[in-house]
Design a protein around this ligand. Sequence first.
Ligand SMILES: Cc1cc2nc3c(=O)[nH]c(=O)nc-3n(C[C@H](O)[C@H](O)[C@H](O)COP(=O)(O)O)c2cc1C
Length: 201
Amino acid sequence: MRQGNRYLLALYTSPRRKGNTATLLDALAGGAEDAGLRVERFHTATMDIRPCRACNHCFKEGECIQQDDMQVIYPHLFAAGAVAMAAPIFSMNICAQAKALIDRCQRQWSIRYVLEKEPVDRVFAEERRGFFLSCCGRDKPETFDCTRPTLAYFFFIIGVGNWDSLTFAGVDEAGDILKVEGAVDKARSMGEDLAQMAMPH
Ligand SMILES: Cc1cc2nc3c(=O)[nH]c(=O)nc-3n(C[C@H](O)[C@H](O)[C@H](O)COP(=O)(O)O)c2cc1C
């Protein structure tokens, strides 16, 4: 990872600030930080991130017309060496807060497919790492199946070449994730491993 890009962007998207997915992301980010990596955290549910309007303004110059808090997130999406999104399952898919953020990456789709420019350097994209952390209430791991194409698209369009997920079913009340043996430790070790990967040899 290059020096200026050697940080983790941590996107907390659940409206439950101290909920299960936030606990997982705290652990991953904490592990990375303790191992020497810088972390930039955003609690997007309390930010002003509106849905895409499909106005196609981004077709002209690749910029989104909406001057909301997404303008703060955009530069990090394309600069961070690693991007972690924590998002719970709401109504059988990722929560609307996470989906709105992903939809606003339509700007990147426009840059690539309408303006025919490469938004992120290909070599850098291959080096970048992504993480998807999620929990759902019902005890059925297949609940996460429908999130995969959306997250694959998200990481593809922002130029993150490799991503992993850590998902837990049957985790409903805030704090339930702490009862799942090894869950927090696993998230933490993912962060530590990331920091090791990111360190120059
Ligand atoms: C509006 C809403 C919709 C939900 N829909 C589902 C669902 O479709 N399937 C499911 O298994 N859990 C569902 N849940 C439960 C959450 O996925 C679960 O509580 C999760 O642990 C929340 O993560 P958080 O604490 O990070 O917000 C829903 C919760 C809410 C608030």
